[in-house]
Design a protein around this ligand. Sequence first.
Ligand code: GLY
Ligand code: MN
Ligand code: MN
Length: 476
Amino acid sequence: MQTLDRTPSLIDALRTRRLKLAALVDFPVVLWSGQSSPRNFRANTFPFRASSHFLYFAGLPLENAVIRLEGGKLTLFIDEASPASALWHGETPKRDEIAAAIGATEAYPLSELKPEDKDKGEILKANPSKWANGAATIGVQDRETHVGQFVMCQRNVFRDVGRIEGIDLELAQAIVSLRLIHDDLALAEMRKAATVSIAAHKAGMAATRKARVEAEVRAAMEAVIIANGMTCAYSSIVTVHGEVLHNDQYHHPIQPGDLLLADVGAETVSGWAADITRTWAVSGKFSPTQRSLYNVVLAAHDACIAAIRPGVEYRDLHLLAARTIAAGLVDLGILHGQVDALVEQDAHALFFPHGVGHILGLDVHDMEDLGDLAGYEAGRTRSDRFGLNYLRLDRPLQAGMVVTSEPGFYQVPAILQDPERRATYQNVVDWDRLAQFADVRGIRIEDDVLVTETGAEVITAALPTDAEAIERLVQG
Ligand code: GLY
Ligand code: MN
Ligand code: MN
């Protein structure tokens, strides 16, 4: 972090978040930002990404920093850069400047954060803002910092959601309730991420006809994100093998008859994400079979968005997508049967095996470090049904949540060639008819949707979804 703006709106928003947390918990909270992990030796690291819980309350991606929150008060712990660091990394802001930028009232070196110590107890009581012991925390992802959390808190700090307990669990529940409902600062950041992601998708479409391999399209897309000073919110998926749901390979040649699926989203400097998928024809023109399946997926995508409003169960949106896809496949002669009965027996999941989406925020699957604590309403657990077990969100929607709508159609060999599944669904799938759609391996259409008081706002709506508009963008 080289530059620092002291923005009153940032300081105000962070203070409001702290005060809201203080109203929910009556114990101190200590949050670590974490540090970059070594790649092949200590000085050559993976890019640093601050913990999202830290970012939510500190606002800045500070490496190796700790914040302590109590009663709305913020104390920062961070070391000043050493002279050697200035040689390799340039000048960085001073501790007091950082503290002022985020509204911290006290700031100390990291060594001043102390576990409670019987011998020093009296001294520490005189300055309680330096205590870590007795405070709640959330386990960070990098191992080195995580081990340090055990030492400082003098107890186990669990990351597996089933094992988080006591005040750590109370803290996680409080943070979930805050981070589920986005404030203006969060929404402004997510809109920035959306705008850049939309430009990236348009660049990818425009680059496709001249590209020889997937990597060239990925490069055109990520170039836009990098040029805007952002990073990718997750590993980009840019592939002619859209049936591999989280494909992370980019070496396949792209041919005129292929569909290309691109799931690419930007992340702002302070960590807020966008998550967009579009699928287009490499030639710039969908074949008749591609177009008909594309329109089935689009119908499901649009139906879900039209149904989004406060109070609606997200699980019902998933089932609406499932019914819309099943109905479309019946119309195309790929499935036989009555739509509700097909969904009841999970026949849609042969082609749409994942959930229709998830919450979005500082993480692309927001707060998934806490397992299903954020995604699932208290008392609910994952279904073991083939058509429901990958559903990441099962809550009634509330105004201020941002969710994705991302139905898809895939021909996954591991599912469709599985002898048991073929036996189960032998009478509902017309396998000969399905073979006529061999030029469709994977289609997904994904947008980011803000739940408003009265309905929904698609924050990624400036990127078209209809087949003809996509064709025009690819054709340039
Ligand atoms: N980009 C990952 C997802 O859509 O869930
Ligand atoms: Mn998504
Ligand atoms: Mn995505």
